[in-house]
Design a protein around this ligand. Structure first.
Ligand code: GCU
Length: 444
């Protein structure tokens, strides 16, 4: 009996492995996003507005619908205060200056403080330089390795947490710029770069986040119920800080996030009028991809987790990113009163970059393009260029819905950075920026 089982072991293991690969192709980045969009369902609910004024009149109600059914409330009026700014001497050499400021959201026991690191190019035109505010998975110690910034534990960074073997593997899988900021490339284009660690504001943990969110009470006792909204509010607080800085041009403030932070970047762009451009890279489900699409992650996996195979390890879900109402739409998505083309349309006429990887089907590049196609109508009504490209592979950085698709999977690599910079150049161009091009800012 035992022998007959042992004899079959290679077959059983082989079949198990096959089942594992087949059931996880999308998550493991082994298949390719379809480039065909005409044969897919139309974006629903249809956008009906006849003019931009008509659309603008319904904006508040639509934002409220997104809050009620997906993201939970924007904590309007939640107190924001800024601590003392500290200069991190010599961190960027002759290229520019690195500073760090603690930002506190809320008051009393529930208040949360995170550190915003800001790299200013030495090139300092009158009127200030544009800025990108990034939000990341790893701490500021990895964003600017070697700089004596404050670690999430409150002590000074002691080396790069992405410096060892984990970092090598992480960069191999998720790209060389998954954590580190290529600051020299931004400076060469005359752009300042600010960054913060989202988990320092609200930990990315389903067990810890809900209590912390409840402590962040804004006007009328309204607290966020989803981490994405709180992280988006963090973007907004950082933008408030930078808009008061005369080294920064307040009319050219972009937010950047990858994946879950790309979702938060979209929300920040909708709820904070002062943010002028959005770089939302591989934001996927709950971001720019359709909630009704079945190609990628899907609502059950996102809000409730799943298993790699019927016998494989459990995968965590991310219920804490959303209001609990969202999970209740599993199995009845046709009843969800909104979809993500409307979220993109709420950004009109602001320029938005939507980054995608052809093998990152988990983030659903196909439905992301279709959402942009459906939102384009409102951009055009607003007199903006909108989605000004003929298909998923025809990236036009000057479009206001600039959809970018590169080969490869989920991560941030040089191809992405080059595309972000092309988008920033197209939308934030102008005299101070063009003076900064072509040579290192510090040389001016
Ligand atoms: C998971 C999650 C995605 C998310 C991604 C990320 O894969 O399922 O929704 O975008 O993590 O943040 O990298």
């Amino acid at each position: 009996m035992l022998w007959s089982i042992l004899k079959r072991a290679p077959l059983i293991i082989g079949l198990g492995l096959l089942a594992f690969i087949m059931s996880s192709c999308t998550m493991l980045g082994l298949n390719y996003a379809s480039l065909e969009t005409d044969n897919k369902p139309e974006a629903m609910p249809q956008i009906q507005a006849a003019s931009f004024e008509d659309w603008a009149a319904g904006r508040a109600e639509l934002k409220e619908a997104f809050e009620t059914h997906i993201y939970g409330p924007w904590p309007s009026g939640l107190a924001v205060s800024f601590g003392e700014t500290r200069r991190v001497d010599g961190a960027l050499g002759a290229l520019g200056v690195l500073e760090e400021t603690p930002i506190t959201l809320g008051t009393g026991e529930g208040a949360r403080t995170f550190h915003l690191a800001v790299a200013y190019p030495a090139f300092a035109p009158a009127g200030g330089v544009p800025v990108v505010i990034g939000q990341t998975f790893s701490s500021n110690c990895s964003a600017f390795p070697a700089a004596a910034l404050t670690s999430p534990g409150g002590t000074l960074c002691d080396g790069d947490p992405m410096g060892g073997a984990i970092g090598v593997v992480g960069r191999y899988i998720f790209g060389e710029y998954i954590a580190e900021v290529p600051v020299e490339q931004y400076f060469r284009q005359g752009v300042a770069y600010a960054t913060f660690y989202a988990s320092e504001l609200v930990p990315d943990s389903a067990s810890v986040a809900p209590d912390i969110l409840a402590g962040l009470t804004g006007e009328d006792g309204i607290a966020p119920t989803g981490a994405l909204m709180a992280w988006a509010y963090g973007f907004s607080a950082a933008a408030d800080f930078l808009e008061k800085d005369d080294r920064i041009d307040p009319d050219r403030v972009a937010v950047f996030g990858h994946s879950r932070h790309g979702k938060a970047a979209l929300l920040a762009g909708v709820w904070d009028e002062g943010i002028t451009a959005i770089i939302s890279h591989q934001s996927g489900y709950g971001g720019a991809a359709s909630s009704r699409s079945t190609a990628g992650e899907g609502i059950r996996r996102m809000t409730n987790g799943g298993r790699l195979t019927p016998i494989g390890p459990a995968m965590p879900g991310y219920p804490h990113w959303f209001d609990p109402a969202y999970a209740s739409y599993a199995g009845r998505l046709d009843e969800l009163p909104v979809d993500q083309h409307q979220l993109l349309a709420l950004l009109a006429p602001k320029p938005v970059f939507l980054g995608n990887g052809r093998r990152d089907v988990w983030s659903d590049p196909n439905s992301t393009f279709r959402m942009a196609e459906a939102a384009d109508r409102i951009y055009k009504l607003a007199g903006a260029a909108g989605l000004d490209q003929s298909g998923m592979q025809d990236f036009n950085p000057a479009g206001d819905l600039a959809y970018f698709l590169r080969p490869g999977g989920h991560g941030t690599d040089q191809r992405d950075i080059t595309a972000f910079l092309a988008f920033l150049d197209a939308h934030f161009g102008g005299p101070p920026l063009s003076q900064g091009q072509g040579s290192i800012a510090a040389e001016h």
